[in-house]
Design a protein around this ligand. Structure first.
Ligand SMILES: [Zn+2]
Ligand SMILES: [Zn+2]
Length: 141
């Protein structure tokens, strides 16, 4: 399966040539501030499945001291991906075109969610990262 996505101004486009899995809503204070939203939604993929298809030179990365961060369009500001040590490790589900097929499976860092936001679904909630033993259904067994 191939997933396409891109930023608001349309200059940056990407493709994930494989399946997305482990879609999580992250409620940590850094994601909230970076997105300007109640939470951020990310999807993982197998290494090597991600490729920029246009506008890569406009993509800017900001990482915190832990070398985890985000990749966004330097023209329109859309956050397209999560990064680790300068490498794209997840995409933001909000930047995906159309219906990616799979659905969110967890809330992470729910322990630091915005006080003004109530989580109102029944997905598993983890105060921080999920425990190593937890495997989302999308990852198979
Ligand atoms: Zn843009
Ligand atoms: Zn986060």
């Amino acid at each position: 399966m191939s997933i396409q996505g891109g930023c608001l101004c349309g200059k940056i486009r990407y493709a994930v040539n494989g399946d997305l899995y482990d879609i999580s809503h992250c409620h940590c204070s850094m994601c909230r501030r970076q997105h300007g939203a109640a939470f951020a939604t990310y999807a993982d993929f197998d290494p090597g499945d991600f490729a920029w298809t246009s506008g890569e030179t406009l993509a800017k990365i900001y990482e915190t001291s832990s070398r985890e961060g985000w990749c966004f369009c330097s023209e329109c500001g859309s956050t397209l991906a999560g990064t680790s040590q300068g490498i794209v490790t997840s995409i933001t589900l909000g930047s995906v075109d159309g219906d990616p097929g799979i659905r969110p499976e967890s809330h992470i860092f729910a322990g630091s969610k915005a006080p003004w936001h109530e989580i109102s679904d029944d997905l598993p909630r983890f105060d921080q990262w999920p425990p190593e033993t937890w495997k989302p259904a999308s990852k198979g067994n």
